[in-house]
Every structure is written in C-alpha cells, then in structure tokens.
Write a protein that binds this ligand. Sequence first.
Ligand SMILES: Cc1cc2nc3c(=O)[nH]c(=O)nc-3n(C[C@H](O)[C@H](O)[C@H](O)COP(=O)(O)OP(=O)(O)OC[C@H]3O[C@@H](n4cnc5c(N)ncnc54)[C@H](O)[C@@H]3O)c2cc1C
Length: 595
Amino acid sequence: MQYTAPLRDMQFVLHELLDVQTELKALPRHADIDADTINQVLEEGGRFTAKVLAPLNAVGDREGCRIDPASHAVTTPPGFTAAYRQFVEAGWPSLTCDPAYGGQGLPVVLYNCFSEMLNAANQAWYMYPGLSHGAYECLHAHGTPEQKALYLPKLVSGEWTGTMCLTEPHCGTDLGLLRTRATPQADGSCRINGGKIFISAGEHDMAENILHLVLARLPDAPAGTRGISLFLVPKFLPDAEGRPGPRNAIYCGAIEEKMGIHGNSTCQMNLDDATGWLIGEPNKGLNAMFVMMNAARLGVGMQSLGLTEAAYQNAAAYARERQQMRSLSGAKAPEQPADPIIVHPDVRRMLLTARAYAEGGRAFSAFVALQIDRELSHPDAAARKEAGDLVALLTPVVKAFMTDNGWIATSEAMQVFGGHGYVVESGAEQYVRDARINMIYEGTNTIQSLDLLGRKVLMDNGEKLKKFGALIEAFVEENEGDAAMAEFVGPLAELGGQIGELSMEIGTKAFRSQDEVGAAAVPYLRLVGHLAYAYFFARMARLALAHAGSADPFYKAKLATARFYFARLLPETAMLLRQARSGAAALLEMEADSF
Ligand SMILES: Cc1cc2nc3c(=O)[nH]c(=O)nc-3n(C[C@H](O)[C@H](O)[C@H](O)COP(=O)(O)OP(=O)(O)OC[C@H]3O[C@@H](n4cnc5c(N)ncnc54)[C@H](O)[C@@H]3O)c2cc1C
C-alpha cells in the first residue's frame, strides 16, 4: 500500500481554516513560528513517514513481535529498530517538548498533523514513541524537579520510551478494582508487586530503557479509585547521571496474539518486588495519570484519522484503475473493455465516506489541538479557561467519533477492493483490523460517551457545550443571509438546536434514573460529533465558495466533499436523535438470564 501525506489539505486546515499563524502570535511561546516553518516540518514529516515507516507497515503486520521466554526479551519486526533510530536522530521525539529538557517547543497543532502521518504510515510502529510522549506529559506535569531532570531529557531525546500500566486481568474500565501493591521503603522508593496485562510497548528492542508508569495501591489506601497512586518504574534503574544500571524486577511474561497492530508488542507485565518511585501525591495517581490518558485519547483519535486517510488513498487509486461493468448512464471509457469502477455512484459513496471522515476529522482535531496550545500558553487566564473547557468537552468526541468513523471508513475502503480487499495481499484488510482496537482501548467508546454526556455536559449544566455552541451560533449568524451557504447553514443551525433540546430532555430524565444517561450516551456522542463536523465542513465550504472561480481543483473538490457530507453522512442524525430519545426501557426490559 502507498501513502502520501495530504500536505495540501493539512496546509488548508492550518493556514486557511484556522489561521494558526495569527492564532499562535497571541501565545508568546509560539509567537515567532511562521507558515514557512510549519510547512517545512510538514514536508519533512511527510517524507519520513512515506519513505521510512509506510514500507514497514505490512512487514510489521506479517512478522509481528516475538518473545524469548527465557530472557523475557521482545524482538520487534524487521526494520522497526532501524526506523526508530532514524526517528530519534532526526529529532522527531522532541518536536513539541519543553526546551528546558531538550525539546523544540513547537505547537501541538503542528504535531497533530505529524501524528496523523505517523499513524497513517504505520500505527503499530508509532505506538512505541507515541506512548513515550504521553509519559513525558505526565512526568512533566506531576514529577518532582529531580525526577524531571533525570528522566525527561531521556524521553525527549527518544533514548528511552515510556508505557502506561493500568490494566489488570480483573480490572479494565473499573480501575478502582486494581490490586497491584506498593510498599514504601526506608530510602523513599517503593517495592511494587502485581501483574499488568495488555501493556502496549511494554517490552521491546527499540530503546535502551523503558519507563513504566504504573498504577498501584499504597498500604492502607482507601478502596476504589481514591486509593490509587502512580509510580515510575524504570526497566533499568538509572544512576544519578541517567546511565541505565541494574535490571529492575519488571518483566514481560508473554505477548498477546491479537486481531491487528501486530507490530506493536502487547505485553503481560509482572512486577516482582520491582523498585518504583511515587509520582505526585499518594492516592492521587488517577489524577496524574489523567494527563497521560487525555493525551492518549487525542492520540487514539489520530490513529484512526491516519488509517482513514491511508485506506482512502489506496481505495481511490484502485477505483481509478479497476475496470468492471459499464456506467449506468452509458460507457465512460468506450475504448476499454469496461469502465473503471470509480464511475459507479455507490463506489463513489464509499470513497467519499472515507474522504469526508478524513477531512472532517483533520479539521476538527486540528481545532482541538490549537485549543490545547491556547490552554497551555495563552497569557490571558480567561482565554486559557475557555480553551481548556473546549478541550475537555471535545476530547471524548475526538477519541470516540473519530475511531468509530475510522472503522466505518476503513471498512468502506476495503469494500471498494471487492474480494481483493479481503485478501491479505491488497493490504486493505490490515487497515480494518488495525482500526478496530482504537474503539476499545484508552477507555472504550461507550466510556467516552458517558464521559461526554454525564460529566462534560450534564454535571456541568451544559456550560462547556454552550461555549462550543456559541462558536456555531456566531458562524450561523454571520452566514445566514448568504444564499450560497444556505445548504450548509440551515442543517447546522437545526442540529445545534436539536442537541440543545435533547440535552435538556436527557437531563430531566436523568433525575428519574441515571440509566437514562447510559442509554442515550452513545448516540448522543455521535450527534455532537456530527455537529462539530457540520460546523467545520460549513466553514470549509465557505472558503471553497470564496475560490469559486479558481483554477485550483482543490477548492472544487473541497466543496464537493462538504456537499457529500451534508447530503449523505449528516442525515444519520435523524436516526441518532430518535435512538437517544428512545429511553432506557427498551434496553432494560429483558431479564439478564434471558440473554
Ligand atoms: C491491544 C491493546 C492494547 C492496550 N494497551 C494498553 C496499555 O498500554 N495500557 C493499559 O493499561 N491498558 C491497555 N489496554 C487495555 C484497554 O485499555 C482495556 O482493554 C479497555 O480499557 C477496556 O477494559 P477491559 O478490556 O477490561 O474491558 P471491560 O472493562 O471488562 O469492559 C467490557 C465491556 O463492558 C463495557 N462497560 C464497562 N463498564 C461499563 C459501564 N460503566 N457502562 C457501560 N458499559 C461498560 C465496556 O465498554 C466494554 O464494552 C490495551 C488493550 C488492548 C487490547
């Protein structure tokens, strides 16, 4: 399979849609970054991902990871370590990191595009450095000055990688059940005992050390989530200069056989009196880990965006080449024995579905990434709060809506290949298998939906939702009188009103039973996702309309994609509204024994 980074569309989103250069001017940390620098990084990233990582995607899937049970060592697929060396040598791990620890301090909104490329080229490979970045953010936010000085430069340079060790066999979604124990020692360290499962990149041969961030319980910790602490457990215990020393007692016992992302090691990790150090305050581990989990949630959305784009590109290329049947409206390539399948309306529906989910997701996630930059470094506290509220509201939507769409899009792209898509050789089925995990880990999409509706909307009396709604209302008002925009503005305004009403209805029902929230949450999140995509497609359509006379085919295609989105994907909201309103009774009526 081929992959070319969609630089033109990324530049459109960053420069024309979001005008990031002006936005970043308001943030002293990024005030000097200009469009040329952004474009250069994107071009360089596009080259690296297409040339170095994409060719390893099928190899990683085919060869997978291997464990030596005697030494517990895990070998990654051929080419993975060499690619990682190139990644580190080019300085990619440090792109957005704090210059105080060797980082380049570039904005998150730029990294977001690079993250899409990395995932498009090779999701399984990128999970190794991707998790390190989450560990960096967690330590940066919650580590002591000494911990930061010792460990952050290693994560920033990419010399060491990181993991997040939460899950245990009996405890996934409900972390309150976790049993791993930490016993304080006289020297300030802890001895950690327990077993973790499903730990991505838990063991591998790509870096000289691995920093595990492990959730465990201190003695006498309160039961449930209020008794969980976070610990730093290095694979090799470093000396004061950060040189890896003795092997710590955290070992990979086995790696999982799984449906996709074969190139990434999913490890069972055994901690047998392993040495660890507390990060942050005792019993506040879940708060500290949330920094990593939020970063990871956005990262998972980007995994599916990448796969969507890569699957789309290959399906589109195939549809232009593959000849079957004639167009219903008469031969389009009479000189050939049959027309290319791209003439058939339904093949176009499949391609446009993937394309619209890619373009909508790119615009939406870039907007959220820009809000993260504003939240992190806007000089005005009110602006930071406003941005932070939008990030909190939209993070579960990035995670769940984009990964559900990734599953739909990769499946549609595979369908374009017909039977050849089902056969391994085409590469199309790998995208489907790889995309499926993204709906499950980092909190299943159901859990994201409960977070959105329960915590971010209802518990907040709709305040954060109103902030996002205000942006949409302002856009609607600005464009109401424009006849050319009516096909976009009308449905957008209608959906905004419907979601407002629905939120209040569910809030009222929730007083009777919280099961009403559980019953409505999944369709509710999809509705909010569509509201966001409709808003960004409407904004993109306005830009495209402004270039109506342009010879550049980009704008014509953008308008066509926006029209497709409004005509064929947005109408799903009618069904979702009915589902969200249908209540808990239809789900709870059946006795558990009757299933
Ligand atoms: C390939 C892979 C990589 C992973 N990487 C990591 C990693 O690096 N680190 C790590 O710590 N973990 C990792 N995980 C674990 C992953 O995060 C969990 O599998 C996931 O959070 C779900 O937990 P579970 O599997 O125990 O499912 P369960 O929690 O048992 O859930 C089962 C089902 O019940 C539903 N459910 C549960 N509670 C509720 C509720 N309150 N309301 C409605 N529905 C509910 C869930 O949505 C799900 O559909 C990974 C898993 C896989 C497969």
